[in-house]
Design a protein around this ligand. Structure first.
Ligand code: HEM
Length: 365
């Protein structure tokens, strides 16, 4: 009789011949993680990846009950929250994990920025990362409308109006997003298509590229550490680092479950396009710094509408962020580059202060 171990060995040999199991094992075993005082930041990308997986799996479960029309969307979520077993839990985890994912994404972005991980040959890793950030914000913006409740309806009205301020393309973009002149059931159907098909497809492609490049180049060592400590201690990725990753993921899952249980996602009132806009309309927290900036701008700056100046400014800001690996010539040459460290810190301080003001200075306007 064949033993369990022998059968397992046979299966391994069978798979190895067909898909090259040994090659995969070699790749996994070759990967080494540098160990130094900034190693902790290497966990952020993996954490974001884990939260993205949570979003995909809870999102698929939500799809089974959700109905993407102005007539039925709100009611389908009401049913999910009240009647479907654990429906409330799945929806709440999806809502919380979305926020946590955007947060870990910001931390990942700024840590790789400050540690200069974008320097050659990792420019394309950075470009794909900035695009992933844009897609994640797109997920948040489109997902917010899907429950078709009052707050989401009016926030989307304001958000799509701002798109209309983009020069030349603005009115076209606004209509394209809304599926007409106003936010209606057509907008909801579009946002649904973008949220569950377009963005997941693009994200999967870009994530594939991002992870392939991370694998190809290995982890970068920050310039300061590299100069000081040429000894280069490392730790095997498999299984040592991966097991540490898993500890982080299980902790995140526990935190998510607790947040979902104690602070379940709310639903509010069904959207009524004819009702007056409620006070205190705010976008999700990660858009607040831009929203608040637009509020502070005067109506006209040099005879151009303030809102247009703001939207163009943020567009250029995004382009600057994307091009940092090409603009920071000093880092590329291996020289210290204080300027870009300070730019990174200035962006973080600006975002934190404006977000804080957004929640404290004018909470009712
Ligand atoms: C869905 C979004 C994202 C996922 C799932 C993701 C995932 C990962 C993973 C797993 C790693 C390897 C471990 C680590 O360094 O943390 C990594 C590295 C990296 N990521 Fe991301 N990432 C995302 C978005 C971004 C963004 C927004 C940026 C910056 C604009 C970025 C830039 C980089 C860079 C430059 C590296 C290489 C780091 C190094 O070699 O030290 N990523 N990413």
């Amino acid at each position: 009789m064949e033993g369990g171990a022998q059968r397992f060995d046979k299966l391994r040999a069978w798979l190895d011949e067909r898909i090259g199991l040994k090659d995969l094992e070699k790749i996994a075993r070759k990967k080494e993680i540098p160990v130094h005082r900034h190693t902790v930041w290497y966990y952020l990308g993996g954490m974001t990846l884990f939260l993205f997986m949570v979003q995909v799996s809870t999102g698929i479960l939500l799809l089974l009950y959700y109905r993407p029309s102005a007539e039925e969307a709100f009611e389908s979520i009401q049913f999910l929250m009240a009647e479907v077993q654990f429906g409330w839990l799945i929806r709440s985890v999806h809502a919380w994990a979305a926020n946590l994912m955007i947060f870990t994404l910001f931390v990942h972005l700024f840590s790789v920025l400050l540690l200069k991980a974008y320097r050659p040959p990792r420019e394309v890793t950075w470009f794909s990362g900035v695009a992933l950030m844009g897609l994640a914000m797109g997920f948040g913006f489109t997902g917010y409308l899907l429950p078709w409740n009052e707050l989401a309806y009016f926030a989307t009205k304001v958000g799509t109006e701002i798109t209309g301020a983009v020069p030349v393309m603005g009115p076209f973009l606004g209509r394209l997003l809304r599926g007409g002149d106003d936010v209606t059931g057509a907008t909801l159907t579009r946002f649904y298509g973008i949220h569950v098909a377009v963005l997941p497809a693009l994200t999967t492609l870009l994530l594939g590229l991002h992870l392939f490049l991370v694998q190809k180049h290995g982890m970068s060592v920050p310039p300061g550490v590299d100069r000081r400590d040429r000894g280069n201690r490392t730790m095997p990725f498999f299984p040592n680092f991966l097991l540490r990753d898993v500890v982080g993921w299980l902790s995140a899952l526990a935190i998510l479950a607790a947040l979902a249980a104690y602070f379940p996602a709310e639903l509010g009132r069904k959207a009524d396009p004819f009702a007056p806009a409620p006070v205190g309309i705010k976008p999700e927290w990660y858009f607040v710094f831009m929203f608040q900036t637009l509020k502070y701008l005067p109506s006209y700056i040099l005879r151009i509408e303030g809102e247009v100046v703001g939207v163009v400014g943020f567009g250029l800001g995004g382009l600057f962020l994307l091009l940092i690996p090409l603009l920071d010539r000093k880092t590329a040459r291996g020289e210290p580059s204080r300027l870009f460290t300070w730019i990174g810190i200035a962006i973080i301080v600006y975002m934190v202060i404006l977000t804080y003001l957004g929640y404290t200075v004018s909470p009712t306007k």
